[in-house]
Design a protein around this ligand. Structure first.
Ligand code: FE2
Length: 669
């Protein structure tokens, strides 16, 4: 006779428990147990509960291979899903083996858990497990299929409705209760006291402050007060929602003919553009990506966007100042270079157009494509390529939590043909084209922060907190990833012979980067170092990068003039013709403004079941070494939080978006 003690933990989320009957069967190298009901006196699987049960067998089962879990109805009650977190099995030999589950289980579902340490495909040593592994991947590839909306944008999961998504990738019930994207948007719009749907034009800048009746933050109020100031305009290209657009400029593009005379008044006395370029103080934002892009029709005319250049000067006070703006690529009489010395409204209008284009690029290319779509590609490829016992499944799966759900929603409500972005200057077709162009320009090194900063010549720029905090995070993440990867892949040969790992990167290359070899994306992994670099990039993208881009949306964009998704008038073609009235006519009307404001309210929400970077609330690893590695990662993040908090006490505008306490463990919003 042998006894196995099963310690069963039910999830502590709302509705995690069940009244249904639960059965377990153990499979070992020497035989299997009977299908045994897990039944103690009283309720067994209530929310957050851990209870221990005994399974008796005639003889020891040898090495434990699988644990089968089933659930049958309790009398005639309706379906009562159960969230099983984990089962720890104590064997007669004195071992305690962790079987992570962390999923909802419905009636009639066959759930076979694998326990113990993570295993790569070439380490499987039992025919039952080899067979189980193969079958698991066939099921997963059927469950998670690729779909293509457009040949030139990253592929995505084939489900079109969140209700169809497998339970394991859906929002929890508690989050579903808190978050109903569509209703949320409409509900938030209603809060804007009668402004929703209004086709009236704003009558003054002051009136636009009415949108803050609903919600405001210290930063959004700061933006409303300072949005017209040149130094704050420059500040946002370093520390705003889109810190990825400027680069150092050592030579002007031939189609941006700024002269010494034009910028002399903006530079330090006695200096020149040439000298400042040599000193590394001149920066450029080139908005070529928007050149001749398709735009939406509005009141019978096609709208227009800016697609030109903005030149910046880092002045002796370490403030980044815009000093010249050209709103289209081709220089001409109808495309003048605007300067701070022009009339106040000419210069302001030029900055408004630069910022509006920047906001569209930010939302479509940097935020949606660069974080959300990529996170989905990494996640779908992982679900299809790794069985749950694979070390990289255990390591990466918490970083894809809720991403398929939020993206499936956003494809209809935000980005789809009827989504909110369809009401932007570009409309759905233009946004799609913008994403296509963004992907075609994306390189592997642009996704790796240290390479990105160096390529843009921004290593030594002052007051660049996105870079300072981002690089510290990159290094902390890299050191953590290295420990995990090297634990499972001690040699390059382990990487090469892991066919599941190779399948994963190949799926990402094909479906995410659309087989663009010239852009430097890996097609296969040959070394441990390559895996460390790629997973560092992945973790950084779905956590820190998303937080830096996502979390300031309300702060910077709820004040519409600071970055409008829609400009109703074309960019100015002459100087001296503009007035405040021109600017107000250019802005979206009241109802359109409210729709965009509601969007950034919803996208900046925080939810009660948020998991912070590195929290790893699920116990996925049996190995003690990995538990220790996670603790060290958490300690490093804590220490960075303190460093950033101390730095922020000295700043007029604290930069908080990359504080680890503000970063989620996955893309969920
Ligand atoms: Fe987001």
């Amino acid at each position: 006779m042998a006894e196995y003690k099963l310690e069963v933990t039910t999830g502590d989320m709302k509705y995690g428990g069940t009244l249904d009957y639960i059965y377990a069967t153990l499979f070992g190298t020497e035989g299997e147990s009977e299908r045994t009901e897990l039944d103690n006196f009283g309720f067994d699987a209530l929310r957050g509960m851990t209870r221990t049960y005994t399974i008796k067998t005639a003889a020891p089962l040898g090495k434990l291979l699988l644990l089968k879990v089933e659930k049958d109805p309790f009398f005639i009650l309706p379906e009562d899903q159960w969230y099983c977190s984990k089962i720890v099995v104590a064997t007669p030999e004195g071992e305690a083996i962790l079987f992570p589950c962390y999923r909802w289980i419905s009636r009639g579902e066959l759930v076979e858990l694998r326990g113990g340490k993570a295993i790569k495909v070439f380490e499987e040593d039992h025919p039952l497990l080899t067979d189980h592994r193969k079958k698991e991947l066939i099921t997963k590839k059927n469950l998670y299929q690729w779909a293509i909306t457009d040949e030139k944008i990253p592929h995505h999961i084939h489900y079109t409705d969140i209700a169809e998504l497998p339970a394991e990738v859906q929002f929890s019930l508690s989050r579903k209760h808190e978050f109903d994207f569509a209703k949320g948007l409409a509900g938030v719009e209603l809060l804007f006291k009668g402004m929703a749907g209004s086709t009236e034009q704003w009558s003054s800048f002051e009136n636009i402050k009415d949108i803050f009746c609903c919600q405001k933050t210290p930063m959004s109020e700061y933006v409303a007060e300072h949005w017209m100031e040149d130094d704050f305009f420059g500040y946002q290209f370093l520390n705003g929602t889109n810190p990825r657009e400027i680069k150092r400029c050592s030579e002007l593009p031939p189609n941006f003919p700024v002269t010494e005379e034009m910028v002399k008044p903006s530079l330090q006395e006695g200096s020149s553009l040439k000298k400042e370029m040599e000193k590394g103080n001149i920066f450029l934002c080139d908005q070529k990506i928007m050149d001749k892009i398709l735009t939406r029709e509005y009141e019978g005319e096609h709208l227009q966007t800016a697609s030109g250049f903005c030149l910046f000067y880092m002045n002796p006070e370490n403030k980044l100042m815009p000093i010249a703006i050209q709103l289209h690529q081709q220089p001409s009489k109808q495309n003048p270079i605007f300067l701070p010395s022009d009339s106040e409204t000419d210069w302001l209008l030029a900055k408004i157009f630069v910022k509006s284009t920047d906001t569209l690029v930010y939302q479509a290319v940097c935020h949606l494509m660069g974080t959300h779509f990529l996170a989905e590609v990494f996640g779908v490829a992982a679900l299809r390529s790794f069985p749950v016992i694979h070390p990289l499944y255990k390591f990466l799966i918490p970083h894809f939590r809720y991403t398929l759900h939020i993206n499936t929603l956003s494809r209809t409500i935000l980005f789809g043909p009827k989504g909110v972005l369809n009401t932007s200057t570009l409309g759905y077709e233009g946004i799609t084209e913008l994403i296509r162009r963004g992907l075609s320009e994306m390189t592997y090194s642009s996704l790796c922060l240290p390479d990105n900063i160096t390529a843009r010549g921004l290593d030594s720029v002052a007051n660049f907190y996105y870079r300072d905090d981002g690089l510290k995070l990159w290094n902390i993440i890299k050191s953590f990833v290295r420990k995990v990867v090297e634990h499972y892949y001690p040699a390059d040969s382990d990487v090469v012979k892991d066919t599941e790992l190779q399948d994963w990167i190949n799926e990402i290359f094909t479906h995410g980067f659309l087989a663009n070899e010239l852009a430097g994306f890996p097609t296969a992994f040959k070394t441990v170092e390559e895996v460390v670099k790629f997973i560092t990039m992945l973790l950084f993208t779905v956590t820190a990068q998303h937080a830096a881009l996502n979390n300031g949306q309300f702060d910077f964009l709820s004040w519409m003039p600071n970055g409008s998704f829609l400009t109703r008038k074309p960019p100015p073609t002459t100087k001296g013709q503009s007035s405040i009235q021109t600017i107000l006519e250019t802005f979206p009307n009241v109802g359109e403004t409210v729709t965009f404001a509601a969007l950034v309210v919803v996208l900046s929400e925080k939810y009660s079941d948020m998991v912070l970077l590195g929290a790893y609330t699920e116990d996925m690893f049996h190995e003690t070494a990995l538990k220790q590695t996670i603790k060290e990662f958490q300690a490093d993040l804590c220490s960075l939080t303190d460093t950033i908090a101390a730095r922020n006490t000295k700043l007029e505008l604290p930069y908080t978006y990359l504080s680890p306490t503000e970063i989620e463990n996955s893309v969920t919003i």
